[in-house]
Design a binder for this molecule. Structure first.
Ligand SMILES: Cc1cc2nc3c(=O)[nH]c(=O)nc-3n(C[C@H](O)[C@H](O)[C@H](O)COP(=O)(O)OP(=O)(O)OC[C@H]3O[C@@H](n4cnc5c(N)ncnc54)[C@H](O)[C@@H]3O)c2cc1C
Length: 171
């Protein structure tokens, strides 16, 4: 779109706190601890300035006034637009498990999620076991109680239960 006829120039805003990166890297080398942070950005800062892309991070859009052609962000800013491209991806499905919290349950969708997992001190001290055809019904202390009745001791949970399209802004 930026190089074709009638090429668009303008700002690119994301609610993410990091410049664009490839999410598949999060579940491979980065999480394994063998992919350094320097590998994560898809492009150098120069790329965005050379392409006249004003990259703005931590800029969550809250609502759009189509009539006025304005976007309102969580930080209180208002932006006018001629044409608006919405590409909001998806949000992870979050399970309503009793007693699950940010300190014992992790999601892996963003670079920030990956960094939080890497900070978790117990991640290399335990082997990984898949409990297939089962589900966590609740947490009791350090125990995850499964649908089968089995109780599994765990330092923390990694929740990967799919995503929902992030369409709220366009509704
Ligand atoms: C760990 C992991 C591994 C994966 N591995 C693979 C793989 O191996 N192969 C594969 O094909 N796919 C893989 N995927 C899926 C793939 O990453 C997604 O399909 C892809 O990221 C979707 O791209 P997208 O641009 O549509 O959405 P996203 O990458 O989600 O980008 C959406 C952007 O919109 C921003 N945004 C959302 N709402 C707002 C708002 N209100 N205001 C401002 N900005 C907003 C977000 O911050 C984000 O920057 C993986 C995903 C993950 C999480």
């Amino acid at each position: 779109m930026r190089s074709g006829a009638g090429a668009m120039r303008g700002p690119s805003r994301s609610s993410d706190d990091s410049a664009p990166y490839a999410r598949p890297n999060l579940s491979n080398d980065y999480l394994a601890g063998i992919g350094p942070d320097e590998w994560m950005p898809l492009r150098s800062p120069d790329y965005y300035s050379n392409q006249l892309i004003g990259l703005e991070l931590n800029a969550r859009a809250l609502c759009i006034d189509v009539g006025k052609k304005q976007v309102y962000t969580a930080s209180g800013k208002t932006y006018a637009f001629d044409r608006l491209l919405l590409a909001m991806g998806a949000d992870p499905v979050k399970l309503p498990i009793p007693n699950a919290s940010e300190s014992n349950s992790f999601y892996l969708r963003s670079y920030a999620d990956g960094r939080a997992l890497l900070r978790e001190p117990h991640r290399q001290s335990q082997g990984v076991v898949f409990h297939l055809d089962n589900a966590v019904t609740r947490l009791e202390g350090r125990m995850a109680v499964l649908k089968s009745g089995a109780r599994v001791e765990a330092d923390f949970l990694v929740l990967g239960v799919g995503v929902r399209p992030s369409v709220a802004l366009a509704e």
